[in-house]
Structure formats: C-alpha cells, structure tokens
Ligand binder design. Structure first.
Ligand code: SF4
Length: 228
C-alpha cells in the first residue's frame, strides 16, 4: 500500500489555499522540456535511498505560499522569460495534491503545460481514492513516476534520475523527441554568496555540492509512511 496523503494536504484548492514550498526556480531548462517554472514542495512520505533533496523531506519547513501568489509569480515568469510550463517536484507533489491542482489549473489557464515528478508509480496514483490526486493527474501532461534509485542512474534520458523511472505522456502535447535523448542537465546559479543547483548531474557528481547536508541523517518517514 502506498503511504497515505497527510490530512493537511487534502483541502480542495482555492486562491487563498496555501502550499508548503521548498524552492522555486522561475525559469529553468533542467527540469523538463523547454523553459519551465519549477516548484519543489516541502515534504515527502517516501524515503528513496540517495534522494537528491533530503532537506525537502520533512513536512515542516519551507515557505507557505498561497495559490494566488504562486499563480502571479508564474504569470510574471511567463511574461519575462517565456516559460512554456510548470514542473512540480519534491518533496512529493502528490502528497500536496490539492495545492498542486491549484497551481496546475493556473498554469493550464495561462496555456502552459504541466509536468510532475512523483516517487509513486502511476498505478499507485490511479488506485488512490483522493479526488485531488485524480484531478492532478488529469491536469498533468507529463508524469515521471517511480522512486529514485541511485544504483540505476539514467544517463540516456535527459531529465530523468534513474532508469526504473517511467515517462508517461498523458496528453499529446509532448513526445519522446530529440531533446529527451541529450545528456543530463545541471544548472548552477550564483547570487552573491548563495549557490543553488538544480537538474540531474552525472552519477559521479551527484550530491557533491550538498556534501555538508548529506552528513546529516535522513529525516525519518512520517507515521503511516512507508520507506521505499
Ligand atoms: S520521492 Fe524519493 S527522491 Fe523524491 S523527494 Fe521523495 S524520497 Fe526523495
């Protein structure tokens, strides 16, 4: 049985509904096709060994943002940088499905596409009873599913972490075309003394810039959550 969605994530979205956001990159080419507005949620009930974002696993933390705030930010990114879609990552987007629905609807209303990375398989998601999980799936153009496996790094599919993960084109907006077959992409941003990194690096470079964080123990899974 997949771990349950936390109660706090189950309210249906309104513009005033909040989401716990760990990180936003308003324009990236390292998280899916074209330029994308990428949002990492704070909180994941899974525990993939070698998870690239252990600091995003606890459900406490991040920053609370309303759907309306995020939609406004997305619209500015669209106007200023020409992003063609959003990418939702984790943390686990389907553990924040109601908020994800709010943001995905805002993206679709702007004519933008929706890509989601999930540690659950599509079969597990389709078996879930929560309407917001089905709603988020219905708004998703590309789903990358399954737990990250550090022992099976993917070097053939540009934006994918491990070879067990599958790409589901849930609409006809995208297909497995040439850009997917390029090498992994990593983006490094330096702003003053702050360095941020996103995308998937070569396997031998994974986690190098987070070495200090990796010395911390992986946060325990929440009650009711399975470790994978
Ligand atoms: S699904 Fe796995 S890889 Fe993704 S945030 Fe959760 S533990 Fe990490």
């Amino acid at each position: 049985m997949p771990p349950p969605v936390p109660e706090a994530a189950r309210a249906m979205p309104t513009d005033a509904a909040t989401m716990q956001v760990a990180q936003v990159v308003p324009c990236t080419e390292a998280e899916g096709p074209g330029r994308r507005f990428a949002v990492w949620f704070q909180g994941c009930p899974l525990r993939c060994p070698g998870c690239c974002n252990p600091e995003f696993l606890p459900f406490k933390g991040g920053e609370a943002k309303t759907v309306a705030e995020m939609a406004g930010w997305l619209n500015r990114a669209r106007e200023e940088t020409g992003v063609e879609g959003i990418t939702l990552l984790g943390g686990e987007p389907f553990a924040h499905a109601a908020a994800g629905v709010g943001l995905a609807r805002a993206a679709r209303d702007l004519g933008l596409s929706v890509m989601v990375f999930s540690g659950y398989t599509v079969e597990e998601l389709r078996a879930r009873p929560e309407p917001e999980v089905a709603d988020l799936l219905a708004l998703t153009d590309i789903l990358v599913d399954g737990p990250y496996d550090r022992d099976r790094p993917d070097t053939e599919r540009r934006w994918i972490g491990s070879t067990n993960q599958r790409i589901h084109f849930l609409t006809d907006r995208y297909s497995f075309d040439e850009p997917w077959r390029r090498r992994n992409t990593l983006e490094i941003r330096v702003r003053g003394r702050e360095v941020s990194v996103n995308g998937f690096p070569a396997a031998d470079a994974a986690g190098l810039w987070k070495g200090w964080r990796r010395k911390k123990p992986t946060p325990a899974a929440p009650a009711g959550g399975d470790a994978t």
